[in-house]
Design a protein around this ligand. Structure first.
Ligand code: C2E
Ligand code: CA
Ligand code: CA
Length: 344
């Protein structure tokens, strides 16, 4: 998947020992937001989630000296850059920074047929059954464990593709299990929200498949608000009006705030794994219990994400969580395998 590189706008260096990425944009490039020395986690403040995980996968792969690097990154401001370079000795890498050609990612050509949707179950802590799934993007048949792809940069077409594929999967599950009310969550970015067509597409999918309100849900992070909060909230309202659910993702991570929570017409909160990982600490348990209470008082569900240990389940239930998701239940699987995870 070769793209025009665009214009050169700076340099970058990766240090595997400190796991830090130094980015130096040229002064005239007006890309100050990504200048500096970053951990991959801290880059979440300026990159969308997909770009951050793509970058982490690339640096975590085994690489030979001279192996080329080419990684597309979408910034939360809606702009896009590309890291191009090569690995040197001992896992170090460096290269040049390019501004992606074209004003917006979403105006480029669509991702190829190598895009796939996988589904990770979300389990109800009340019934113990799978209640729904989160749709996650994969490329080139890459398995959930093997993140080797260097995907296309077009996230506008990605959003449409994922919405269509997730809706088709949901329709299949509903036909197979008409007695169950299953939901599917699709991740969208701030850039996706800026597309005028989005509520129309969501409305068309809901009405053509005959979904009930809230069966198709949109996951948003506060990244969506960084681009244009007013626009993000307006589109979130439009999505709700056409019958979609809205879920606030990564709540409690570096970039989530109460004002965003207050403004967003959300039905649910997904709590960042960073917090649930520390569930053994009393203070963290108090915070989690307060967050689930806050969610309930606001009429929202609370989902614990990234749960790897089944031993945490009863504690999560006692802290007031409604749903849990993570490797403890299942890795993301194909739509067909997902059907088998719906209990009898
Ligand atoms: P996210 O929305 O927070 O998605 C959850 C991520 O955590 C997924 O990684 C999932 O595979 C992983 N995960 C689930 N359970 C566990 C667990 O128990 N332990 C650990 N360590 N990880 C777990 P994935 O699929 O690599 O996705 C990473 C991020 O990429 C997502 O974070 C989301 O921000 C973004 N992303 C994925 N698919 C899409 C998409 O279709 N559209 C957009 N815009 N973003 C997407
Ligand atoms: Ca998500
Ligand atoms: Ca999340």
């Amino acid at each position: 998947m070769q793209h025009e590189r665009g214009s050169e706008v700076g340099q970058w260096w990766w240090d595997p020992d400190s796991r830090r990425l130094r980015i130096e944009p040229d002064r005239q490039a007006s890309l100050d937001e990504i200048g500096g020395v970053w951990t991959l986690d801290s880059l979440g403040v300026v990159l969308d989630g997909l770009s951050r995980s793509r970058l982490a996968r690339m640096f975590d792969m085994a690489h030979a000296p001279n192996q080329e690097v080419a990684c597309a990154l979408g910034l939360s401001t809606g702009r896009a850059v590309r890291l191009v370079g090569a690995f040197g000795q001992n896992g170090r890498a460096s290269g040049r920074l390019f501004r992606a050609p074209g004003p917006e990612l979403s105006q480029q050509a669509g991702p190829g047929p190598d895009l796939d949707a996988v589904f990770q179950p979300i389990v109800s802590l009340v019934t113990g059954h799978v209640a729904g799934f989160e749709a996650l993007a994969r490329w080139d048949g890459e398995s959930p464990e093997d993140h080797s792809g260097d995907p296309s940069m077009d996230e506008g077409a990605l959003a449409q593709n994922m919405l269509i594929r997730a809706s088709e999967a949901l329709a299949t599950w509903c036909r197979a299990r008409p007695e169950r009310s299953i939901f599917v969550n699709v991740n969208l970015t701030g850039r996706d929200l800026a597309s005028d067509d989005l509520p129309n597409l969501v409305e068309a999918l809901i009405s053509s498949h005959g979904f009930e309100p809230g069966q198709l849900r949109i996951e948003l992070t506060e990244q969506a608000a960084l681009r244009d909060a007013g626009e993000a909230i307006r589109v979130a309202r439009a999505l709700k009006e056409v019958g979609a659910g809205v879920v606030l993702d990564d709540f409690g991570s570096g970039h989530s705030s109460f004002s965003w929570l207050a403004a967003l017409p959300a039905d649910g909160l997904k709590i960042d794994p960073e917090l649930t990982r520390q569930i053994e600490e009393r203070k963290v348990r108090v915070i989690l219990e307060t967050v689930t209470l806050l969610a309930s008082r606001l009429g929202m569900s609370a989902t614990a994400e990234g749960i790897e240990d089944l031993k945490q389940i009863s504690l999560l239930r006692s802290l007031g969580f409604h749903y849990a998701q993570g490797f403890a239940f299942s890795h993301p699987v194909s739509a067909a395998q997902a059907l088998n995870l719906l209990d009898p």
